[in-house]
Write a protein that binds this ligand. Structure first.
Ligand SMILES: *Cc1c(COP(=O)(O)O)cnc(C)c1O
Length: 486
């Protein structure tokens, strides 16, 4: 290495060597263009190649690092390869990755303001940028959690607590079951949240469009209210013009509506304006699941899709998906953070009392969890260094690549779009292919280290899908992949 900082002398020779080796590894990894795609291996293969690594005496840092470099890391698919278009891949900036090293070296406890004030301050400025993009008021705030799954669950816990508190304040009885409503194409993490909450999830059919709209939601809510009025009489068939009116917004147990701002499968953005209008009339909490899609708030060309986002009660967006940050980070933001604090914080324990202060912003008061890494800092650093315009441009680049991909698919006689491309997702079929053809094709591409494009299922049919979140993915990459489908 070119550098040999004076502090190296503070370490024994072995640690100094290891420091250089780790920075060498990092430099090589970040310098690849493109990075090797790599691919999975079986436990038996990995045991054979890596040998036993945990021993009584230790194998030494250099050998452990070599094992990671030569064996383990090569059995992990590179999420940031430009032809990795699977699920939702990742494309962290070099600066965000480098700063992740700094975060690790800094031993920051970022669960409380008292212990992590500086880090939490910078995270909060980053959350503010996102809240401003959405148009939320100055009082909005939240926390970076590990992922969208925890973010959705935490927001729904807050929403239910707010509904409970309101019923209690009005002296009304609690419903027998709590439920929340979402569109049929909402993410699987919401089903997991329903299980953890021990609540019911009501998925509203969204038809060919795949979009939850105001009218569809209103009809579904009317139906639920009607059904719960009749439930006591043993008649479970819903009648919207039931003689017994529903007596209030949460009598039927509905405590929230989740609008998806960019479905994972197709990139479809629900009719946020329609959803918030219906919910405002009925006093219902609206949570926007934008784990993937809300990153596009930063792209001027996509902003109109999110009309209505300024009126939601909470939303999430994952910087590790389309905001160029490393795993793992989800920004969870509430319109009224006090409602989240009423549900999540502070955890009760004598030794925590010293942290409990209404004037201090303790991130652990706003989500599931107590101890936390300052996982918002890699995004903060990269955003501070590059500026927000670079983010707008990078997202616009991926949107342009997606449009180019859709145009290439439309122009090829053997290919057909399943639905028009939305945000940065394209789903398409290869005419004449069966399920096994897609899998054979996809497995070959991965085995050759060329591309990672696993097929997906839609309406019982196996189809191909690209998700473009990497500004280094070019129309030429897309063309090269499509050329393998002839
Ligand atoms: C990815 C995703 C989630 C889950 O986020 P994780 O960070 O993987 O936990 C939730 N909702 C949507 C729409 C997603 O795309």
């Amino acid at each position: 290495m070119a550098w040999d900082g004076p502090y190296v002398h503070q370490f024994d020779a072995e640690t100094a060597d290891l420091l250089r080796a780790i920075f060498d590894f990092t430099g090589v990894r970040l310098g690849f263009d493109p990075v090797p795609l790599d691919g999975p291996a079986t436990p038996a293969e990995l045991s054979a190649r890596a040998g036993r690594t945990i021993t009584e005496d230790g194998i030494g840092g250099l050998r452990a690092l070599a094992t990671f470099d030569e064996v383990l890391s090569r059995a992990c698919i590179s999420a940031d390869h430009p032809r990795n278009l699977a699920f939702i891949p990742a494309a962290p900036t070099r600066l965000s990755v480098l700063f992740d090293v700094v975060v690790g070296a800094s031993s920051i406890y970022a669960g409380s303001w008292m212990e992590g004030a500086g880090a939490v301050h910078a995270e909060n400025e980053t959350l503010r940028w996102l809240a401003d993009l959405a148009g939320l008021p100055a009082t909005a705030g939240g926390v970076f959690v590990p992922g969208g799954t925890v973010g959705n669950l935490s927001a729904l816990v807050a929403a239910r607590q707010a509904a409970r508190a309101r019923l209690a304040a009005e002296g009304r009885p609690m419903p027998a079951r709590w439920r929340f409503v979402c569109g049929a194409e909402a993410h699987s993490s919401l089903y997991q949240a329903a299980m953890v909450l021990d609540a019911d999830i009501v998925a509203v059919p969204t038809g060919e469009e795949g979009r939850l709209t105001g009218p569809l939601l209103a009809a579904a809510l009317d139906d639920l209210a009607g059904r719960s009025d009749l439930a006591g009489r043993g008649d479970l068939v819903g009648h919207r013009d039931s003689a017994t009116p529903s007596d209030g917004p949460v009598h039927d147990g509905v405590f929230a509506v989740v609008a998806t701002a960019g479905t994972t499968q197709f990139g479809i953005v629900d009719d946020l304006r329609g959803v918030v209008d219906v919910c405002r009339d009925r006093g219902l909490w609206v949570h926007a699941d934008g784990a993937y899609g809300l990153a596009a708030l930063a792209a001027p060309s996509a902003r109109p899709l999110f009309d209505g986002i300024a009126d939601v009660d909470s939303f999430i967006v994952d910087p590790h998906k389309w905001l160029f940050a490393p795993f793992d980070a989800c920004a969870l933001i509430y319109r009224d953070p006090a409602l989240a604090r009423a549900a999540h914080g502070p955890q009760r324990a004598g030794y925590l009392d010293v942290l409990d202060s209404a004037v201090n912003w303790n991130p652990s008061d706003y989500a599931i969890g107590l101890s936390r890494r300052a996982r918002g800092l890699p995004l903060w650093f990269s955003l501070a260094a590059h500026g927000t315009r670079a983010y707008a441009e990078a997202i616009e680049t991926t949107l342009a690549t997606t449009r180019a991909a859709a145009a290439q698919i439309a122009a090829r006689p053997e290919l057909e779009l399943v639905r028009p491309a939305e945000l940065s997702v394209v789903v398409f079929r290869r005419l004449g292919w069966q399920d096994a053809d897609y899998h054979r094709w996809s497995e070959n591409l991965l085995r050759e280290g060329f591309a990672f494009v696993p097929p997906t299922r839609h309406d019982g049919e196996t189809v191909a899908r690209f998700a473009v979140v990497n500004p280094r993915t070019t129309p030429a990459d897309i063309e090269a992949i499509l050329n393998t489908m002839v």
